[in-house]
Design a protein around this ligand. Structure first.
Ligand code: GLO
Ligand code: MG
Length: 343
């Protein structure tokens, strides 16, 4: 399918189906097989956690980590894929149980900074300028366990340290209001913009907006994208969908609300998203019921919906819209959108 966008996904988007109430139901797929399939279905790149790229990262020297990442880059090259970003996985290791940058333990904080710097090294080796911070456990389960003012300061200090470590790297913060913690210190794009402005080099600190995370925060994904776009700070998007305020679902893009999906694509198209090299991540999860022999379908479906919506955006009648606006006849405009989506 034709698209103005370059799509990506992470190795974690093809998984065994482990969840809180049951174990994996699909066999593990080797990373190279995922790359091969990603290329076949039309993705342009891969998103990485640091330990997706370098699985044994904790037991390797800094030199070994870089060399391993360079080999991973050769594997990517083989399939014509690029690395979109590297994200330190600061939520699995026992040393990140209380968070990384906002942990109450000094040793654990140091471990988080070590992983953040290794992520920068890995990004460089993979040929990417982006490090994504999904601040998974930066917040609280017990509100009284941390001083929120001090911890927001710690987030800013940590980002400053990363910016100082490499003068070319860009930090993209992925906002999310909750899960796995109860209350996050960086729940929305507005918070990301404020954090960015407070760092030593705001031009190098942007945002990743994930549709489901905006919905979990009770916000509109397209307007969250728009907010970051206005500040020139939308560095990536994670398109997916979510059925209201329940556990984080990472449903296929558009599967719950086509009109919301349409408006996300519309704001990206209208504001030339991608012109600066930004890519469109599909952070989607297959249903646990899905058989291993068709376990890329949720990614393919999401990409197909995005492309079909691009086509709807191209057909969106701007003159008709202008007339409706002039008449202040928004009922007419709304019905036009419904008909466009259903035609
Ligand atoms: C989880 C996040 C997660 C991140 C990924 C990259 O809710 O969406 O999938 O996007 O770890 O940082
Ligand atoms: Mg995400």
């Amino acid at each position: 399918m034709e698209s103005r966008f370059r799509f990506t996904a992470g190795p974690w988007n093809v998984n065994e189906g482990v969840e809180a109430f049951g174990p994996g139901v699909r066999p593990e797929v080797p990373i190279e097989e995922k790359f091969k399939k990603f290329a076949e279905i039309g993705l342009s790149g891969v998103q990485f956690h640091d330990d997706d790229a370098v699985p044994d990262i904790n037991n390797m020297t800094e030199r070994q980590i870089i060399d391993y990442a360079k080999d991973m880059k050769s594997t990517l090259d083989k399939y014509g894929l690029v690395a979109e970003f590297v994200a330190p996985r600061l939520w699995m290791d026992p040393r990140t149980t209380d968070g990384g940058f906002t942990s109450n333990s000094k040793e654990d904080y140091d471990f988080a900074m070590w992983r953040a710097k290794r992520s920068i090294d890995i990004a460089r080796a993979l040929g990417s300028k982006n490090v994504v911070l999904w601040l998974a456990r930066e917040g609280t389960l017990c509100a009284e366990s941390k001083d929120p003012v001090e911890k927001v300061g710690k987030l800013i200090d940590s980002i400053n340290e990363m910016l100082a470590y490499d003068e070319n790297i860009k930090i993209l913060i992925e906002s999310k209001p909750n899960e796995p913690i109860d209350r996050s210190y960086c729940p929305t794009i507005g918070h990301v913009m404020a954090l960015s402005a407070a760092t030593k080099d705001p031009a190098r600190v942007g945002a990743v907006l994930e549709s489901a995370h905006a919905i979990l925060a009770g916000l509109d994904p397209a307007n969250e994208m728009a907010f970051a776009l206005k500040f020139g700070k939308l560095g990536s998007v994670h398109l997916n969908d979510q059925n209201g305020c329940r556990y984080d679902q990472d449903k296929s893009f558009g599967a719950e609300s086509l009109r919301s999906a349409f408006n996300q694509i519309k704001v990206l198209v209208d504001h030339n998203y991608g012109a600066g090299g930004e890519m469109v991540g599909l952070d989607v999860k297959a249903m646990r019921t899905q058989h291993p022999d068709d376990q890329y379908r949720h990614i393919q479906n999401s990409m197909k919906v995005a492309c079909m919506l691009e086509e709807k955006v191209a057909r969106f009648d701007r003159e008709f819209q202008a007339r409706c606006i002039a008449e202040r006849n928004y009922e007419k405009l709304e019905m036009y959108v419904m008909e466009l989506l259903m035609s």
